[in-house]
Each structure stands twice: as C-alpha cells, then as structure tokens.
Design a protein. Structure first.
Length: 79
C-alpha cells in the first residue's frame, strides 16, 4: 500500500494518503476530491549495522542516542 502526497486544488492543503485498493482520497481540511498528486522521493529503508540499529541522530554536534553506539556514526562520542 503506497503512501502518496497530494495537494488540494481548492484549499491548497498538502497531505499524505495511504492508498488502499480503489480508494479515492479526499482533502482532510475541506473534503474536496479536487486533488493534485505531488512528486515525492521514495523513503530510503533504514539499514541496521551488524552491531545494532543505526543512530537516529547521526550529526557531529549531537551524540548518538544508540546505547553503546552504532560504530558507524560521526557522533562526538567517537564510537
């Protein structure tokens, strides 16, 4: 079941919709069916390292929040 992004042509509300079968999405703000499907990048799967899950905060200015470190992040803890 793919998730699509839409923009309502009536109220300009942007939203995501989990499309199931022959569902017809409607705007959650105004209930309009006058929608434009938006182009969006697919979500990249999260890859776990052999040492455990990947860091959820892989930034140099904040430490890794994975217990024991993931061994792959550029965090300031250096693990």
């Amino acid at each position: 079941m793919p998730i699509y992004e839409y923009e309502c042509r009536d109220c300009r509300q942007r939203f995501e919709y989990l499309l199931r079968g022959d569902d017809v999405p409607t705007c959650p703000a105004c209930a309009s069916k006058n929608l434009q499907k938006q182009i969006s990048a697919p979500a990249a799967p999260q890859v776990a390292s052999p040492r455990g899950p990947a860091c959820s905060i892989p930034r140099r200015d904040r430490p890794c929040d994975t217990a024991g470190g993931c061994g792959q992040c550029p965090c300031t803890l250096g693990h």
